[in-house]
Design a protein around this ligand. Structure first.
Ligand code: HEM
Length: 391
């Protein structure tokens, strides 16, 4: 009797596993484990060809930044500070884009809003498509989905995961949830802890600055990169922020900026402090020439960020829709000191472990080129959030 019960239970378990793993064929021929994910393929295809057609460049960087600024409007201690990755930054653009920390976010919306309107998928359309799951609007996939897809253009990224089915923001996040580059490490860590992140996760997330630059920190320059390889997700950002600062790429004296070590490169005061503060210096250094650590810790922290404030038990795992990013080319994972610089230029801050001694790239000192600006980022959406709405 006991063995019959066991056989029956085993058969049931097998049947339910089969039910869990049964694949669904989407109308366009893709197969997925949950039919809700089918809705993302046409969006993905369009994003790839019309939004991120220039690879890991300006539009991709902008999409990544906006995903953080939306998600971080969340607080464990004060729910009134926002509901996280809920699209509030776009739904309430006229409010949230008026905050100083969101200067420049309009660039991303100039790319994304026409895209959302072009697809013209309404609340009802999505509901009909997915039968069971209610995906209230198209906005949330566009912000967090775009960011996940943008990352897949950057060699060195570990394939991001993607949960689908975010719930609408009912109100804007208030001012003050997005960290600013002139804030202290302690202030930033406290804000991020309130959103649920450990110091290690904050450093992991800051790997995003490996594929980033500034348009508004120095008002005289646009697309000023944070490292010498802004279209590759490599560890150079962690190397170069640890080097003694000697110059500004443009005018000096801008709030939130300190001297960098390489001409044409901009160093945020916060990144500089993270590299040197005793609370974070060893976490920072851990990334140097350690591509696997940087990429995997970023993937995990980014996955957490993308669902802040959302009930993941009501969401669908559509990670399989996200393409596999290209690997770093041979040799590109090897970190280096930029030409003319060496271990003697490192401002060692981690007390437990010496900074890795890296090879110096050959040649004379370089000037890092600006990140070419995508013309699509100049549109109707204004810096203060006016004309950013979806009609
Ligand atoms: C936690 C502290 C952080 C601070 C203080 C900070 C600050 C900044 C600042 C001042 C800029 C330049 C904006 C401009 O002038 O155009 C910037 C750019 C950027 N940030 Fe951060 N950031 C932080 C964290 C993050 C995180 C967690 C992410 C993503 C997960 C992120 C992604 C980016 C990207 C991709 C850009 C480049 C945007 C572009 O080129 O259009 N940042 N950040």
């Amino acid at each position: 009797m006991l063995s019959l019960t066991f056989v029956l239970l085993a058969a049931l378990a097998t049947a339910s596993n089969a039910a869990l793993t049964r694949r669904v064929v989407c109308p366009d021929g893709h197969t997925v484990s949950n039919e809700a994910c089918c809705a993302l393929f046409p969006v993905l295809e369009d994003l790839q060809t019309t939004v991120f057609d220039s690879g890991c460049g300006d539009a991709a960087h902008a999409a990544l930044r906006v995903s953080f600024h939306d998600a971080i409007g969340f607080s464990k201690s004060q729910p009134s500070l926002g509901t996280g990755a809920d699209g509030s930054i776009l739904i309430f653009a006229e409010t949230e884009l008026s905050y100083d920390a969101n200067l420049g976010i309009a660039d991303a919306f100039n790319v994304e809003v026409p895209f959302i309107m072009k697809h013209n998928i309404s609340v009802a359309d999505l509901y009909d498509l997915q039968h069971v799951y209610v995906f209230p609007t198209y906005i949330y996939p566009s912000i967090q989905f775009s960011a996940a897809v943008s990352l897949t253009h950057c060699p060195g990224v570990v394939r991001p995961t993607f949960m689908f089915g975010r719930v609408d923001a009912k109100s804007p996040a208030p001012d003050g949830t997005v960290p600013e580059p002139f804030q202290s490490v302690q202030q930033i860590l406290a804000r991020m802890a309130d959103a649920g992140f450990t110091p290690a996760e904050v450093v992991a997330l800051l790997a995003s600055h490996s594929i980033a630059g500034a348009d508004d920190v120095d008002p005289t320059m646009e697309g000023v990169p944070f490292d010498s390889t802004p279209s590759v997700f490599d560890t150079q950002f962690f190397v170069e922020t640890q080097l003694r600062g000697t110059l500004f790429p443009g005018t000096g004296g801008n709030q939130g900026e300190v001297e960098s070590a390489i001409a044409g490169e901009l160093r945020l005061q916060s990144d500089s402090n993270f590299a040197r503060d005793s609370a974070t210096a060893c976490l920072w250094q851990e990334n140097v020439n350690n591509q696997a650590h940087m990429a995997s810790s970023f993937q995990l922290a980014f996955a957490k960020m993308q669902v802040l404030g959302q009930d993941t038990s009501k969401m669908v795992d559509c990670s399989e829709v996200i393409p596999i990013p290209p690997p770093l080319s041979a040799g590109a994972a090897q970190a280096f000191f930029p030409p003319g610089l060496s271990i003697h230029d490192v401002e060692q801050a981690c007390a437990n472990k010496p900074f890795p001694n890296l090879p110096t790239a050959p040649g004379s000192p370089i000037t890092v080129a600006n990140i070419p600006q995508d013309p699509a980022t100049d549109g109707a959406c204004q810096d203060n959030g006016q004309d950013c709405t979806i009609q």
